[in-house]
Ligand binder design. Sequence first.
Ligand SMILES: Cc1ncc(COP(=O)(O)O)c(C=O)c1O
Length: 466
Amino acid sequence: MLQRGAYGSVNFAANRSLFAVSAFAARANCFLSSRKKPLKIQQKTMSSRFIPSKRYDGVDRNVWIEFTTLAAECKAVNLGQGFPDFSPPEHIKQALADVAAVDSVATYQYTRGVGHPRLVKTMSKLFSPLFGIEIDALKDILITIGGYGALYASISAFIEHEDEVIIVEPFFDCYEPMVKIAGGIPKFIPLKPKSKESAGTSAGWTLDRDELEKMFNKNTKAIIINTPNNPLGKVYSREELELIAEMCIKYDCLCISDEVYEWLLFEDNKHVRIASLPGMWDRTLTIGSAGKTFSVTGWKLGWAIGPSQLIKHLQTVWQNSVYTCPTPLQEAVARGFETEMSRMGTDESYFKILPEQLQAKRDRMVQVLKDFGLKPIIPQGGYFLIADISSLNVDLSDSKDSGDAWDYRLVKWLTRNKKLATIPTTAFYCKEHRHLTEKYIRFCFCKEDETIEKMEKILKEWSKSM
Ligand SMILES: Cc1ncc(COP(=O)(O)O)c(C=O)c1O
């Protein structure tokens, strides 16, 4: 909750990003030092009328801001936030360099608001056979600022006051606040291990048919799923998606399918797009991310793909909020996709190279965690794994963060005392279901082997002192 201070003023300080604050301070210092006379500094006051919209009540805490800041402050080995610390493929870097080298109005200036023409045309060629439908480049795709932007556009376009939205847990944390800000009511259903034996792999965590059906009613507007899943690494099977599709059709609901890790599959797991199942194209919005696809999360480019009658409403949200995405990045991603299409199925394909590399990193991390005595759940895809850490005997009784869930406190303790940054798993659950995974934490394995070695060293040292 925002803290309301004396005289109705609002304390925003806790929510300021370190970067924004330091950049502002640097600019202010520079300006001040260039003046002869010192500036008369004004008293800082805030009118009691500047209370933010009620829509944002209760959604100010953000796990990424909190734990990324802490990891940086503690100079910890960062296995927290989901970004690769290795280089993206050469061809995508070269594509951006080539775009920057051309002196052309076409790449310096605004491009088409809802998607750069070369990018949407290339994506239509790439994705049409994968979805099993002819994707109209100009009508069935919206290019956004990251997968995040596409989620925001999808939820804002369709969710109204009191609409119920089913969210499958564990879920990428922004789904819940986005639904609430739109006025909707999130309803949560957790994936659960079928049995003790099956709990060790993400494939063993499933939805129960009866429990799922009970979640739907006449007020249900949409369901949000994520495959491959962050943080569990679950890849939904065709049968599981058919069950979700059956419910969506029966209850006439939208499906928002977050598929930002669509290329990252291990062993013989296959990515099934729910939009490609019978009756689903017309009710599904599929979310993707160039950041995750090409290991360039800082480019923050994503998309939503779906039927024109849905996408046109996302386009309305976009043209009235952000309007357009950076032209050079869209042009570079278009060229990146073109290169990948020419390499599809070959050993040069990044969509083959990256999952192979990640699978080896996953296996290495799993071994390190097991050697230390933890129980990792083996993911079928994505960047992440969660591990059962209930065997850790850490005394958190004098922790400063006593109001937090156990995993929040443990992750802070690990970051501060062992210089190992991870992410608490309860961030991916609603308040009522947090007890289900309070004894798990999330590790990100899209990291250099060196980073995983550093983690191993920390855990080995710790073992010796136990
Ligand atoms: C499941 C999921 N969806 C969406 C996103 C956001 O993607 P982007 O960085 O392209 O905005 C992430 C980022 O970590 C994610 O894990």
